[in-house]
Structure formats: C-alpha cells, structure tokens
Design a protein around this ligand. Structure first.
Ligand SMILES: [Zn+2]
Ligand SMILES: [Zn+2]
Length: 275
C-alpha cells in the first residue's frame, strides 16, 4: 500500500520499455490531462507505453476510455478475483462490450486470490472467484485477447481452473511471484510471466530463481503501480516511470544487460498484446 513516503526520484532512463500492467486510476489519474502527465513522466524514464488494468466495473469503463485519450495507453478489463461476486448479468454484458473495443488488449485482471478472503470485508469467497475466473477465461477465448491472471497464494487453484476450462491461446501471469517449480509449469505451457518490483525485494530468493528460468519471449515487466514499488523505494508510491528500477534489478538476476532485457520485454509485450 502507498504510504506517506515521498515519490522515488526519476531513474536513469532505460528504453524501450512497456509497462505490461499498471493502474493509472489508482495512481491518481482522473482525466486526459492527468494521464498525459503520467505518461510524460514515464516517457522521460524510457517507458513508451502502458497497459492500464481495471479491477472493478467503474475502473473498467475508465480504463477503456483512458486508452482512447492517449496513444501510449492500452487497457485491460475484468473484475478482480476479490470482487468476483459482483459479476452479475449486467456486469457480464458490460464487460463484453468493453472487451470488444480495439484498445482493450487483454482480459484482466482475473484469477484467484486466497490471501484476502476472511481478511478483507466483502472479499469474494474462493468458489465465487472460481466461477468468475472461468467466465473470464471464456471471454478471453471468445474475444481472442490474452487472459491476464492475478494469482495470490493460489498456484494449485489457478492451474486447476485453467486445466478444467482449457486455457486460451495467450495466458499472462501478472506480478508472477511464485517459485521455480510453478515457473517451470507455466513456461512449459507456453505462458507469459510478467515480473514486478517484487523481483527486486531482498527476501525474494525463490522468485529470483524463477525469474532466471523465463525465456525472453515469455517475459514481461510491469509496475502494478501504485503498489509494489521496487527496492530501494519499497513503501513509496509507485508509478510507471519507476519501471527501470525493476528492470535493472532483473537484469542482474538474469545476467543480461538491462538494455537487452528492456528491448526483449518490450518486443514480447508488443507481440502478446498486439500493440
Ligand atoms: Zn493483481
Ligand atoms: Zn494489478
């Protein structure tokens, strides 16, 4: 969660970068001018484009509209697993309409979150999450757009639903935070893993082992801003311009130059999202 810590300084620029998963609305953007200011800051750090993600219906409407305000912004729409029990008939119809828009490039974030039930008031229970996840998988298949998965403490359940429903052609695990065994399963299935600032955290040894396994053509980078600010700014508000901190930390893990990691991950983002 964002704290009162001040914003991280602008990093040394690294380009080309694409932020594969961010929340511009939660970063404080309301209108086209706010979005432009955020993307101008990102651009100064080498971040050329972002995919802004919705986690409820209001956010989905906003994300789809924001993607029409600025050519550097694309959107993804879904109901977050913690809000799975708001997937009413009318919500389904509206999400289907938004998902068909050309600048909406993925269905997400959906998936399973077993961390929040019981801790967060109004959080959907696992069975509602499962049903919603299955519906979003079907929507990804019907639209031909990538499925973007949120997986928190739910490796086995996510794999179970994917196998039961049959995965769509393109599957992206956003903020991949599991260990090397789960990474291996996803890589062998041809899925795409997106790494966030968590890969830079000091206590992320297992995740770094996992990161080293991911082939460049299956690797994305993201901020998940305003959350998960990379080391050494953990706890400060995150924004797309902070992505170079994560990519430089990742470059050390995978033992490739940061410029190459940037270039390869941007090419992968363009390919999987069809940008
Ligand atoms: Zn998420
Ligand atoms: Zn997110």
């Amino acid at each position: 969660m964002a704290s009162k810590r001040s914003a991280p300084p602008l990093p040394e620029p690294l380009s080309p970068l694409i932020d594969a998963h961010t929340h511009l609305d939660a970063c404080g953007a309301r209108d086209a001018a706010d979005v432009r200011a955020l993307l101008d800051r990102a651009g100064a750090a080498g971040v050329e484009a972002v995919v802004t993600i919705a986690d409820d219906l209001g956010a989905a409407r906003w994300a789809a509209e924001a993607a029409t305000w600025d050519p550097r912004v694309y959107a993804a729409v879904a109901l977050h697993p913690t809000r799975a029990d708001t997937l009413t008939e009318s919500a389904r119809a509206e999400l289907e309409g938004l998902a068909a828009q050309p600048r909406v490039v993925a269905i997400g974030e959906t998936g399973m979150d077993l961390y929040w039930p019981g801790k967060l008031d109004g959080c959907a229970d696992p069975s509602a999450q499962r049903e919603s996840f299955a519906w979003h998988i079907d929507l990804a298949k019907r639209t031909g757009k990538p499925l973007m998965i949120h997986n928190r403490d739910a490796d086995a359940e996510v794999l179970d639903v994917l196998h039961a429903e049959g995965p769509p052609q393109t599957v992206i695990f956003h903020c991949f935070s599991s260990g090397p065994a789960m990474a291996r399963v996803c890589i062998d299935a041809g899925w795409v893993l997106s790494l966030s600032g968590t890969v830079s955290f000091k206590n992320a040894r297992e995740l770094r082992e996992a990161a080293a396994l991911i082939p460049p053509e299956q690797l994305l980078v993201e901020t998940d801003a305003p959350f998960l600010t990379p080391h050494p700014y953990r706890g400060a508000p995150n924004e797309p311009y902070c992505l170079p901190y994560t990519v430089r930390a990742l470059a050390d893990v995978v033992n490739r130059p940061a410029e190459l990691v940037a270039e390869q991950s941007a090419a992968t983002a363009r390919r999987v999202y069809g940008l």
